[in-house]
Ligand binder design. Structure first.
Ligand code: EMZ
Length: 385
């Protein structure tokens, strides 16, 4: 097995039954594994809702560590649409020239920096920095703010050995409360101020709603982006030919981004709560119990993807669901795609090869399934062109 490989842990269950089972804090989950079924359930928001108790659709459940509803992702239609339309243009800003130029500058500087070092721990010294710095652009706030976020570590709700660390989440909440207060006193052109000035359906947003949007902005794209970036470095370390190909054929970069994201599927799954007795894959699902839409499994479905366990850099047809599917598809996807796009171009441009020194895998414990989602740490050397 290659060091950079992410095996498909769901294959057997997907082929034989189409679903899997996992217990999570005594609130069991039926995991939907095939691409077609995942899409069908994602679409059916009346039967499979997102607007359950805050934190319940996340697996592992966060009901015990937060009360704030994250918006728009824990809201169902029709309210969902109002919130989504409000924030959508803001989250498309990564397509603007100026945004792209700043992101390119950040990524260039970081790659230049790691090229001068003998040894780099990619998660902490590369991916976390990259993600945190890029987030200042998404919020439209000064770059220096990223120093504090970097000091928080890779996951805002998790700490070493504790999947659900309430104290750690409180640091983020208090910080966001403080920032909302500051923006109320001193409005600027940042996301906080935009939300404070906005109306939905003729009404101002409540403070709790603003908080819910900001928390999602911080947490939704944190470990996911960090894993996508770290996994890319591991992949290129073992596939220098792919790096070379990207340098020679930059026009395939967009396809390569989609393919890596399909293969990595940084968010394994997202839950829904059944509003009525129903079934998935001929398996009974009771009202008020949870299912999960397993993006990671769906993205390896051989009924849809040829050679699903291979990275085919210029894969032609790639209807992956790594950014979710239907109305709840990932709000941060434009930002994430730009990060990956610029990262790939910069690496292809500046890096000759990458040597892996040692690594520790990050294995998600999904009860009967164990899934490698990335690395807790990985030491490498970046070699200049
Ligand atoms: C939630 C989730 C959103 C959750 C798209 O995913 O990401 C998780 O990392 C957080 O823990 O609260 O924001």
């Amino acid at each position: 097995m290659e060091k950079s490989a992410l095996p498909d842990s769901f294959e057997e269950a997907r082929i034989t039954k189409g679903y899997g089972k996992m217990n999570d804090q005594d609130d069991p989950v039926t995991m939907v594994l095939g691409l077609k079924d995942v899409r069908k359930c994602a679409h059916n928001w009346k039967t499979f809702q997102s607007g359950a108790a805050p934190g319940r659709i996340v697996v592992p459940s966060e009901v015990n560590i937060r009360d704030t509803r994250q918006i728009p992702f824990e809201v169902d239609p029709p309210e969902h649409k109002d919130f989504r339309s409000l924030v959508e243009p803001w989250f498309k800003r990564p397509l603007e020239e100026r945004y792209m130029a700043s992101l390119t500058e950040q990524i260039n500087a970081l790659v230049d920096e790691v090229l001068t070092l003998d040894k780099v721990e990619v998660v902490e010294e590369f991916s976390l920095k990259l993600q945190s710095r890029a987030l200042t652009l998404l919020l439209n706030i000064p770059y220096e703010e990223s120093e504090l976020w970097i000091s928080w570590g890779t996951h805002v709700f998790r700490s070493e050995g504790n999947d659900l660390d309430g104290d750690k989440a409180k640091i983020l909440y208090d910080y966001i409360d403080g920032k909302i207060c500051m923006a109320m006193q001193n409005p600027g052109d940042d996301l906080y101020s935009m939300l404070l000035a906005a109306t939905v359906d003729g009404k101002k947003l409540t403070r709790e709603e603003i908080k819910g949007i900001i928390i999602l902005t911080f947490s939704g794209g944190r470990d996911t982006v960090i894993n996508a970036v770290t996994n890319s470095i591991a992949y290129f370390a073992e596939h220098p030919e792919s790096l070379k190909r990207l340098a020679e054929e930059p026009e395939i970069t967009g396809k390569a981004v989609e393919e890596l994201i399909r293969y990595f599927s940084p968010l394994t799954h997202m839950g829904r709560v059944a509003t009525e007795d129903t079934q998935v894959c001929e398996h009974a699902v009771k009202a008020d119990t949870r299912i999960s839409l397993c993006w990671a499994s769906a993205n390896r479905d051989a009924k849809v993807f040829e050679s699903p366990n291979e990275v085919v850099l210029d894969r032609k047809l790639n209807p992956h669901v790594a950014f979710g599917f239907s109305h709840h598809n990932c709000l941060g996807a434009t930002h994430a795609r730009q990060i990956m796009n610029i990262l790939l171009k910069t690496l292809a441009d500046k890096v000759q090869s990458i040597d892996i020194i040692d690594y520790k895998e990050n294995i998600e414990d999904l009860d009967q399934f164990k899934r490698k989602v990335g690395y807790d740490s990985i030491n490498v050397t970046f070699n200049k062109k």
